[in-house]
Every structure is written in C-alpha cells, then in structure tokens.
Design a protein around this ligand. Structure first.
Ligand SMILES: Nc1ncnc2c1ncn2[C@@H]1O[C@H](COP(=O)(O)OP(=O)(O)OP(=O)(O)O)[C@@H](O)[C@H]1O
Ligand SMILES: [Mg+2]
Length: 202
C-alpha cells in the first residue's frame, strides 16, 4: 500500500494555516512524521483519519486489498478508510467503568468482527501483545498512564491488521513485554499495512 498526499491545505477559522500545500508519498512500513510543536502533525493525522476536512488537496491510498481498483480516496470515501484504519490519537478518552476486555470486544464488533469466538481470539491476542492480559478485567478508569497508552495501541491495532491477529492466534500466544509491543509497530507485514506515527508522545 502507498499513501499519496497532494497539495493538502488547511486553515482553521481563527486564521491559523496548519497545513500549507503538503505533498508526500508514504510507502509501506514505518513512517515518522517529525516537526516542532504546532507544525501541523496532528492536523494532518486527523485529516487522514477522516476526523476533519482539508480545504484543498487530495489523499489517495493505493494497493488496498478488497478496495475497488485497489484505491481509496481518503478525503471522500470515509467509511472505506475507517474499515482499514487503526488510529491512536495524541489524546483520547476512555469509558472509566468499562474493562479493557469489554471495550476491545465492543470496538471489535464495531470493526465488523461479528463472530463471537473470533472476536474473543482477536481481543485476547491484542491484550497479550500490549501486555494487558492480566489486567483485562480491570476498569479502564483505574489504569495508569502507561497502561492507558497501551490500551490505546491495542485499539489502534484493531484496524487493518485484524486478519493478522486471527492468523497469529491460531499459532498460539505471542511473547509478552516490550519486545511483543514493539513488533507490531515495527514490522512490515505480508499484508503491507502502514503505520504513520505522530511522535509527540513517542
Ligand atoms: N481546532 C483548532 N482551531 C484553531 N487552531 C488550531 C486547531 N487545532 C490546531 N490549531 C493550530 O494549528 C497549528 C497546528 O496544530 P497541530 O495540533 O496540528 O500541531 P502539532 O504538530 O500536532 O503540534 P504538537 O507537536 O504540539 O502536538 C497550531 O498553530 C495550532 O495552534
Ligand atoms: Mg500533535
């Protein structure tokens, strides 16, 4: 897969020009978006995550398995983007009384994993990868900052790589700890999924 951005621009109503004619091609694999505070990184990420609109420009995802012609117009075909996207925002809230396991199960259902057993496998795999399995029944409101961030990563991985989680589940649990956590973000998998990281917190 490749993401092609052409002439993306965004000016907020208060006159701040956050994106000024951004053109960029992001290939498969890890991609770091670096820039000083206020450079427009989160604005770009929110735009690509279909959470806000650009004023001008285009964003096209190519080589997407299952998409018509392999392409998705990111700014127009928002539901197609959301089906293949995993997104961890800079800041996010949680439902404090819900456990990580129940929340991931709910999000997996929203992602279209309708089979209960399959969903349980995917959720267990994500909890293990992010080293949250032992605290899966604990309410999210009682999580520490680091645990919350790891929960954020788990929900982001529910995006496009869901098929990979299912395959992996059949080969047994993955190793725990930091190594397990670094792998899904760093590895360029067969399916060629892409992760752009806004490194504000990295
Ligand atoms: N909703 C908004 N309304 C008005 N201005 C905004 C809005 N969101 C962001 N901005 C402004 O747009 C510019 C880009 O902000 P953005 O949050 O995209 O930067 P960033 O690169 O993610 O910064 P940081 O590294 O601090 O997270 C900044 O000047 C910011 O003040
Ligand atoms: Mg930011």
């Amino acid at each position: 897969m490749e993401l092609h951005l052409t002439g993306l621009s965004k000016t907020y109503p208060n006159g701040v020009r956050a994106l000024d004619d951004v053109s960029l091609t992001i290939p498969t694999g890890m991609f770091g978006l670096l820039g000083p505070n206020g450079a427009g990184k989160s604005t770009l990420m929110r735009t690509l995550a279909t959470l806000q609109d650009a004023d001008h420009g285009s964003a096209q995802l190519s080589g997407v398995p299952g998409a018509a012609g392999g392409n998705i117009n990111v700014l127009r075909d928002k539901s197609a983007v959301r089906r293949v996207l995993g997104y961890l925002p800079q800041d996010f809230g949680v439902y404090p009384k819900v456990s990580a396991e129940d929340m991931l199960d709910h999000l997996a259902r929203l992602k279209g994993i309708t089979n209960k057993g399959e969903r349980a496998d995917v959720v267990a795999s994500l909890l293990r990868q992010t080293n949250l399995y032992d605290v899966r029944k604990k309410a999210l409101g009682g999580y520490s900052g680091g645990m919350r961030q790891r929960f954020g990563i788990a929900q982001a991985l529910l995006g496009a790589p869901a098929a990979d989680h299912r395959r992996r589940t059949h080969r047994g649990p993955r190793p725990r700890g930091a190594h397990a956590l670094s792998q899904p973000a760093g590895r360029d998998r067969r399916g060629g999924d892409r992760r752009a990281v806004d490194p504000h917190r990295v």
